[in-house]
Write a protein that binds this ligand. Structure first.
Ligand SMILES: C[S@@+](CC[C@H](N)C(=O)[O-])C[C@H]1O[C@@H](n2cnc3c(N)ncnc32)[C@H](O)[C@@H]1O
Length: 300
């Protein structure tokens, strides 16, 4: 996952959670990638992280650029008051709430119960719970779920976001049944496609393989076949209580992102290099933390 204290805030370095600064869809689902998979059944490894961090997640510096990111995406995704947005892997709801402040209706989905609770609390505190609502669900299993899948009765979404490795890129260690580590992320993109109205756009950020390998630190283990970086990191909750956790981040090159999105039935509009709090239309580089994929559901 992305999450360095210096993530997009000047100094270069590897990602880390340490030290906070205070139709085609169904075809894909039926393919061999999704057969007999245990992948989606167990408790997700991120849930322990969310349970420990709770609201302390919002103290990491990479979360400080929310307003800039939403300001940029509001225009790029063609949003307006009354638009309906799906926030995939919404975490404690920082983007969802920022969109709701602009009059956008948002459904946030996250697998971590603790983060869903935090998100709901923030929305209630800001008087935005009529616009920002949250569901605990596995983003790899949105296809067929009537809360998200338009084919299963969900009200279509005008746009979807999955930011800062919001489920996408958090599939975990390379899986025996999925040595290229593609199934989890393909399932997330398939769910996004199923949620969008025809022509609806999505913005998905992914950690850069180029950046990750360039700034590989002692203790990082980058699996070249699967593109997954493993690190062990220390987490601190609001009271300063420490624990250690494993993090697995699936990293991408722009070309891989494009190929996967197209394989999932999305039409790719843009691929940009971005940093948290520094979203812009910069073409892909090897020196920025993340890539931002902007794609749309093709017209029916
Ligand atoms: C690094 S946080 C990003 C949160 C938020 N998008 C942000 O920008 O702050 C990753 C989030 O993805 C969630 N997540 C990971 N895998 C998921 C899955 N399969 N389904 C739903 N949420 C998932 C985690 O629980 C966590 O809240």
């Amino acid at each position: 996952m992305s999450g360095p204290e210096d993530h997009g805030h000047g100094s270069a370095g590897p990602p880390s959670l340490e030290d906070p600064t205070d139709g085609e869809v169904h075809e894909l689902q039926d393919s061999h990638w999704f057969e007999d998979r245990h992948l989606f059944e167990d408790r997700h490894w991120f849930e322990d992280i969310a349970d420990h961090l709770g609201p302390a997640y919002l103290r990491y510096s990479f979360t400080m650029g929310t307003d800039q990111e939403i300001g940029f995406l509001y225009d790029v995704l063609g949003l307006g008051e009354g638009s309906r947005v799906l926030d995939v892997g919404c975490g404690p709801g920082r983007h969802a709430v920022a969109l709701a402040r602009r009059g956008v209706e948002v459904v946030g989905v996250d697998i971590s119960e603790r983060f869903v609770e935090v998100a709901e609390d923030v929305a209630v505190r800001e008087g935005l719970s009529h616009l920002a609502t949250f569901e605990r669900a596995d983003a790899r299993a949105m296809v067929g779920d009537p809360r998200f899948d338009t084919g299963a009765g969900a009200r279509p979404f005008d746009a979807a976001i999955s930011l800062c490795q919001g489920a996408f890129g958090l599939g975990g260690p390379p899986d025996v049944g999925d040595p290229q580590n593609l199934a989890a992320d393909a399932a997330v993109l398939g769910g996004i496609l199923a949620a969008l109205r025809p022509g609806g756009r999505c913005a998905v950020s992914a950690f850069s393989s180029y950046f990750q390998v360039r700034w590989l630190e002692d203790g990082d283990a980058f699996d070249a076949a699967g593109g997954v970086n493993h690190e062990r990191t220390e987490l601190r909750d609001l009271d300063g209580v420490r624990t250690e956790a494993d993090l697995w981040t699936t990293c991408y090159t722009p070309r891989e992102l494009r190929l996967l999105a197209e394989r999932c039935g999305l039409a790719v509009d843009h691929l940009w290099s971005v940093t948290p709090g520094g979203y812009s239309m910069e073409p892909p580089t090897v020196t920025t933390h993340e890539f931002l994929l902007v794609a749309r559901r093709p017209p029916a």
